[in-house]
Design a protein around this ligand. Structure first.
Ligand SMILES: *Cc1c(COP(=O)(O)O)cnc(C)c1O
Length: 395
């Protein structure tokens, strides 16, 4: 049985998204900036996609800038806030220790340019509070950026409350909503969000497409210079087909959100309950305030990568917090941020579900994981030391 359980890494494109894209890959290939009918058809599609995205985000179509994905939107949001802040002599930015690298690495660059960054501690349960944000805001704070939901442990932050604090103190608020968009309700006005990033391939749309919402009056700084596309804020011929695919996927996700949340949450809870029976393991992140599809555990005495290879052998696609893919042996910065010690953080497993997963698939995962954990522990010198009492168990 093949089970795709890595939906936080990327998702399968929906039929609606593929169908929306195809005409622009075939007959309707015009450049939306051209004046003839073929080009104008593309321009109309672009506008329709913008209105669809705006409708489901609760904003105006003019407040949306299409980008190449979540990373680009995050980069542009931070650069914009930094540029606006510097103009007023405000060079302090607040974020959290467990953001995506698109945020953390952008912040590193801004630090080199003379900005001061405060990274809020994340509680053991994977949450930050609006009070922490309120306490960290200073006279010279130009931006607060806090992710909506974490990509590794799935915890959902109190975005509307944080937005309210920022609004009251006159500080710009950006949220990386890449994991939340299409999975949780979003309304940028009601949630006091000034800027928001999302990415199509995390909600069954195509890869390489995303957007940055910026509230009216926020003057974006260009990351890419060139033509006057996207009101001059993001040069380059628009990915018309990809954008149409994103809009179709987003509409479908938002229209079916309640039933998807109910279905995926039930699958998630069954998986969490089943895996919790494995000795010396722990769920990472709050059980309640978490994405419907996110399951993330640490298992003591084993390495995440070995687990992934053995799971692949059983047809299961999963992921681990340990960043072997990035060529680094460091454990996940997210697991370290919630206080997991290195040796435990290395033994993490992330399974992320979507509405097309089935109960039978969960049963398959629940049949394989305990067996694999036991097998790997049987070969692990660390586990032997734990069992023989030479080291003490952490979990
Ligand atoms: C996937 C992801 C990104 C990056 O999005 P891309 O479209 O792949 O560039 C940024 N932030 C979070 C939280 C993500 O999960």
């Amino acid at each position: 049985m093949n089970v795709y359980a890595d939906n936080a890494a990327t998702t399968r494109m929906s039929q609606a998204a593929v169908d929306a894209m195809l005409p622009f890959l075939r007959e309707s290939y015009g450049n939306p900036s051209s004046l003839y009918t073929l080009g104008q058809k593309a321009a109309e599609s672009l506008q329709a996609s913008r209105e669809t995205m705006a409708k489901y985000l609760g904003c105006d179509a003019r407040e949306i800038t299409f980008t190449s994905g979540g990373s680009e939107a995050d980069n542009q949001a931070l650069l914009t806030a930094a540029t606006l802040g510097a103009r007023k002599g405000k060079k302090h930015i607040i974020s959290t220790a467990f953001e995506h690298h698109a945020i953390l690495h952008s912040l590193k660059r801004l630090e080199k340019q003379g900005f001061e960054v405060t990274l809020l501690d994340v509680h053991e349960n994977g949450l930050v509070t609006a009070q922490q944000v309120a306490d960290a805001i200073r006279e010279d704070t130009c931006l607060v950026t806090v992710m909506y939901a974490n990509n590794e442990i799935g915890t959902i932050q109190p975005i509307a409350e944080i937005g309210a604090v920022c609004r009251e103190r006159g500080v710009l608020f950006h949220t990386d909503a890449v994991q939340a968009a299409g999975h949780l309700p979003i309304n940028v006005r009601e949630q006091n969000i000034d800027m928001l990033s999302l990415s199509a391939h995390k909600f069954h749309g195509p890869k390489g497409v995303g957007l940055l919402y910026a509230r009216k009056g926020i003057f974006l700084t260009n990351l890419i210079e060139g033509g006057a596309q996207e009101r001059g804020k993001r040069a380059g011929t628009e990915n018309v087909g990809g954008i149409a695919g994103m809009a179709a996927a987003f509409r479908e996700a938002c229209e079916h959100m309640d039933e998807n949340i109910a279905k995926v949450t039930a699958l998630r809870d069954k998986l969490i309950d089943g895996l919790s029976k494995i000795p010396h393991c722990a769920l990472n992140g709050d059980r309640e305030h978490r994405l419907p599809g996110n399951v993330n555990f640490c298992f003591e005495g084993i390495e995440g990568e070995s687990m992934l290879l053995l799971l692949d052998g059983k047809g299961i696609c999963a992921s681990s917090g340990s960043a072997c893919t990035s060529g680094s042996l460091d454990p996940s910065h997210v697991l370290l941020a919630i206080g997991r010690p290195h040796e435990v953080a290395h033994g993490s497993l992330r399974l992320t579900l979507c509405e097309s997963n089935t109960e039978a698939e969960i049963d398959h995962i629940l049949a394989c994981v305990p067996e694999i954990v036991a097998y790997l522990r049987g070969m692990s010198p660390v586990w032997r030391d734990l069992v023989e009492g030479k080291k003490s168990f952490i979990l």
